[in-house]
Structure formats: C-alpha cells, structure tokens
Design a protein. Structure first.
Ligand code: NDP
Length: 246
C-alpha cells in the first residue's frame, strides 16, 4: 500500500496546506478525515472530494482540546477501519519581537502548535501500536531552521515539535510510528491574516508572501512523497521552500 488506500487524518484541513493536502491525498485514493474549527469549510471540502470520487469525513476539532483529537482518530477507525497517517498541520503564527511581550500570543502558539501535536500523538499512538504500523507527520517550518527577528516564539514552537518527533523516533525502535517533519518556507495561505496586528506590517508580510510564496499544493505533494514510501523507508526531515527564499 502506498498512498492509495491509506487512511489519513489531517488537522487544520479547513484552509491552506491542510486543505491542499486533503485534496491531493484524496485524489491519490486515500480516505481522508478532516479536522478544524471551521466546519462549514470542512463540510464543503468533503462534498467536493466526494464529488471527485474520493472518500472523506470531517468533524470539528480544536487541537487545544485533547478529546477532539481522540474523536478525530475514532472517526477514522469507525468510518474507514484504521488510521495509517496523522498529519499534524494545524498551526498559528503571531509575529512580534519578544520585547513586546505578547504573552497571550505566546500561549496561543504553544497551545496550538505544541500541545496540539502532543494531543495528536496521545490519540494516534495507541492505534498505531495496536495496528503495528502508523505514520506521524508534522508541519513545522523553515522559521525553525533560520531564526528571524519577530518569529522567535513561533520558531521555538516549531523546533519543539521537531525535537519531540526526533525523540519519539529514537524511542520507536520497532519503527512504529514512522515520523516525518515537513518544514515549509513561505507558502501562500491565510496564516498571516491573524499573525500581525499592525496593518502596515501585515501588508508588508502579505507582499512578501504574494511575491515569493509557493502554492500550498507543493507542500501537499511533499507530504504525499513522505507517505508514498515502502514501510522500511522513513523520510525524517523534509524542507520545501520557494527557490528564491533567503
Ligand atoms: P492557514 O491559516 O491557512 O491554516 C491553518 C489551519 O490551522 C487552519 O485550517 C485552521 O483551521 C487550523 N487551526 C488553527 N488553530 C486551530 C485549532 N485551535 N484547532 C484546530 N485547527 C486549528 O495556514 P497554513 O496552511 O499556512 O498553516 C498550516 C501549517 O503550516 C501551520 O502549522 C503553519 O505554522 C505551517 N507553516 C506555514 C507556512 C506558511 O508560509 N504559510 C510556512 C511554514 C509552516 P480553523 O481556523 O478552521 O480551526
């Protein structure tokens, strides 16, 4: 089994990279289970995927609630019989210098970007262990590889997840689960819309995204590549960014 037939749950599937990943994997024959808070968008996506011949289910998931991740995994198992891959993609960004002390923003990023992944691990790992196979993919960021001013906390959350996955990989000596961290660079999505309060800075970042950002479908293809490997092959870290990104 490569991508075709694999049951894939995706958090943050209501827009951007998560939505593109859902469409791409479904087009390759993977039943997809979609989680996010904007259920109107998820429901529309399910209808579109099914109209194209794919299989999909959706439910409201707030990744800061561990029970919601458990429900996501349960739906995969109940509807499609198993869970092969969990894509921990939901994430938020708040852009501001540390000295501005955006304590609320820091907490929100830790809750969604780090605890959200931990909640996914807690929900999926028992199923993966029971099945004897499973694949955990997280969407981290090049922000964690080249730290830039105003993104220190965001970068910290992404590197926390990268570290977490490497630790899990080393503990999983029997290869369950496979672990993959995907690090996108600039991708044209809605991420920036809620990342900055200052309209001038927001427009500046939007300009950079519009000029340089790659299509979220490119990240979806990278995720499919990581899934589409024989069981004894693990794509550990994968960076995908605009060719011209500094
Ligand atoms: P989007 O804003 O388009 O997507 C973010 C997704 O996360 C949405 O579907 C949103 O759904 C979901 N989300 C946010 N908070 C929660 C929550 N509490 N519970 C459940 N879902 C939540 O941005 P992207 O597609 O760009 O972001 C996807 C991932 O890619 C993120 O982890 C981001 O950090 C990462 N990334 C993005 C880059 C970029 O340049 N765009 C670069 C590097 C990494 P909803 O609001 O409906 O809940």
């Amino acid at each position: 089994m490569t991508v075709h037939g694999k049951v894939v749950a995706i958090t943050g599937a209501s827009s951007g990279i998560g939505e593109a990943t859902a469409r791409h994997l479904a087009s390759l024959g993977a039943p997809v289970v979609l989680g996010a808070r904007r259920t109107d968008r998820l429901d529309r996506l399910v209808v579109e995927i099914e109209a194209d011949g794919g299989k999909a289910a959706a439910l409201r998931v707030d990744v800061t609630e561990s029970g919601d991740l458990k429900a996501l995994v349960d739906v995969a198992v109940e509807r499609f019989g198993r869970l092969d891959v969990l894509v921990g993609n939901a994430g938020i960004s708040r852009i501001s210098p540390v000295v501005d002390l955006d304590v609320e923003g820091w907490s929100a990023m830790v809750d969604v970007n780090v605890k959200g992944i931990l909640h996914g691990i807690a929900a999926a790992l028992p199923v993966f262990r029971r099945q004897g196979s499973g694949h955990l993919i997280t969407v981290v960021s090049t922000a964690g590889l080249k730290i830039v001013p105003t993104q220190a906390v965001y970068a910290g959350t992404k590197n926390a997840v990268r570290t977490l996955l490497e630790g899990l990989r080393q503990e999983s000596t029997d290869g369950v689960p496979r672990t993959t961290s995907i690090s996108p660079g600039y991708v044209r999505t809605e991420l920036i819309d809620n990342a900055v309060d200052d309209p001038a800075v927001r427009e500046q970042v939007r300009g950079t995204m519009a000029e340089l950002g790659i299509d979220p479908a490119a990240v979806a293809r990278a995720i499919a590549f990581a899934i589409d490997q024989p069981e004894d092959v693990e794509i550990g870290d994968l960076t995908i960014r605009p060719t011209r990104q500094g």
